[in-house]
Write a protein that binds this ligand. Structure first.
Ligand SMILES: NC(=O)c1ccc[n+]([C@@H]2O[C@H](COP(=O)([O-])OP(=O)(O)OC[C@H]3O[C@@H](n4cnc5c(N)ncnc54)[C@H](O)[C@@H]3O)[C@@H](O)[C@H]2O)c1
Length: 372
């Protein structure tokens, strides 16, 4: 089993990564003295698909646990769901020494994390992420929260988990599009921090699709690759978060591709592109901007575009209004009272942060990614 440490002084924690390890969580829970009461917050599909080994492992260790479910989907990541969870926690007499286990994708992780951070002024949180996006991104770093009608993730709090426990075998039940959305973040890590990791992804594309789960033999080979992909991604995120927990500087590099990506998601009302698809196009826009600014060369642009295409991620949009995308970039920053900054690759594996990029250059790049 792989282990990655997130160094945050006395709030440091470990990420455990393996394949087919859900049943062993019970042993670890006992060893780490989680409990006496464990409350698993999950969604019905995740519990149906992957609950059995988790339940068995906890039962075998004689640990007491409750399961609370939240309906699936981003629209349930709101304060009403949090209140319903508080009601259930009160009803089952969860106390300050209870442990909340977030078992699911990023929606469950953010919501259950927020509830753990606020119930009785905070109880212990464990993340068991089951989507690729949650395994390589949202379960690490301590950002928790819910959406507000006026914006995503507007209500939230930092709450670092006690540990993160990742079973890459859960990825085998994900639909192709969910795998791809997480792969955009994986590619991002290669670009911002590690050329060798980017190369590893380039050479293992064949394992990174649901077709790689079709036979036992293919699956065994794929699981080895996924373990490495998730572990390296976690290492990069852990390193960045350890240096800048509250996103005052370095952590901004994790936003590579997200500035324009977020605008694409907003302008298309979160319907046409999922997060990873929008980030993929955003990364292409950012590297093209970097090329226009004379920071990176055309070869790096081609390399990134080619990998994203091999992973079936989009590298351009279909006739979106560049004016709307640009205005949204400015509006978003105005609302948050921030300067518009771009994370631009110098080469694959290294990025720089730039502010004050001329508007004309941004608008020109938007035309090269399919905007009209
Ligand atoms: N906290 C952070 O730092 C951070 C970072 C990035 C994203 N996020 C948040 O993460 C959320 C998106 O997360 P997501 O992409 O995981 O989406 P999600 O949580 O909605 O999960 C997607 C779907 O996959 C299903 N699912 C989960 N695991 C599965 C499995 N193993 N097999 C089959 N189906 C499974 C879920 O039921 C759900 O319907 C957003 O709300 C976003 O804001 C948070």
């Amino acid at each position: 089993m792989g282990k990655v440490k997130v160094e945050l002084g006395d709030r440091s924690y470990e990420i455990f990564i393996g394949s087919g390890i859900l049943e062993n969580f019970g042993k670890l829970a006992k060893e780490k003295k989680l409990g006496p009461q464990i409350v698993i917050i999950t969604d019905p599909l995740v519990w149906d698909l992957h609950g059995a080994p988790l339940r068995k492992g906890l039962k075998d260790e004689g640990l007491k646990f409750n399961v609370l479910t939240v309906p699936r989907g981003e629209r349930y990541k709101n304060i009403r769901s949090a209140v319903k969870l508080y009601d259930s926690l009160v009803k089952i007499k969860a106390h300050r020494d209870s442990t909340i286990v977030a078992f699911g994708g990023g929606v469950i992780g953010d919501l259950a994390g927020f509830v753990a951070a606020t119930y009785m002024r905070g109880v212990t949180l464990v993340q068991i992420p089951t989507t690729l996006l949650a395994q390589v991104d949202s379960s690490i770093g301590g950002k928790t929260g819910v959406n507000h009608p006026k914006g995503k993730n507007l209500i939230g709090v930092f709450c670092q988990p006690q540990l993160v426990y990742i079973d890459v075998k859960t990825l085998t039940t994900l639909p192709e599009r969910e795998l791809q959305t997480g792969l955009a973040e994986v590619v991002k890590y290669g670009v911002i921090a590690d050329d060798a990791f980017f190369k590893f992804v380039e050479t293992n594309v064949a394992h990174l699709t649901t077709a790689a789960f079709e036979t036992d033999e293919k699956m065994r080979a794929a699981m080895k690759v996924w373990e490495r992909i998730v572990e390296e991604s976690c290492k990069i995120k852990a390193r960045v978060v350890s240096k800048d927990e509250r996103e005052s500087g370095l952590r901004m590099i994790l936003n590579f591709g997200h500035t324009i990506g977020h605008s694409i998601e907003t302008v298309t009302k979160y319907a046409k592109y999922n997060h990873g698809e929008a980030v993929a196009v955003g990364m292409v826009a950012a590297i093209k901007l970097s090329n226009t600014m004379g920071i990176t060369d055309a070869k790096q642009v081609e390399r990134l575009e080619s990998l994203l295409q091999k992973l079936n991620l989009p590298t351009s949009v279909d006739k979106l209004s560049s004016r709307k995308i640009f205005n949204n970039l400015l509006l978003d920053k105005k609302v948050k009272g921030e300067k518009l900054h771009f994370v631009l690759p110098d080469k694959i594996g290294k990025v720089v942060i730039k502010t004050d990029i001329p508007d004309a250059k941004i608008k020109k790049v938007l035309k090269t990614i399919g905007c009209r």
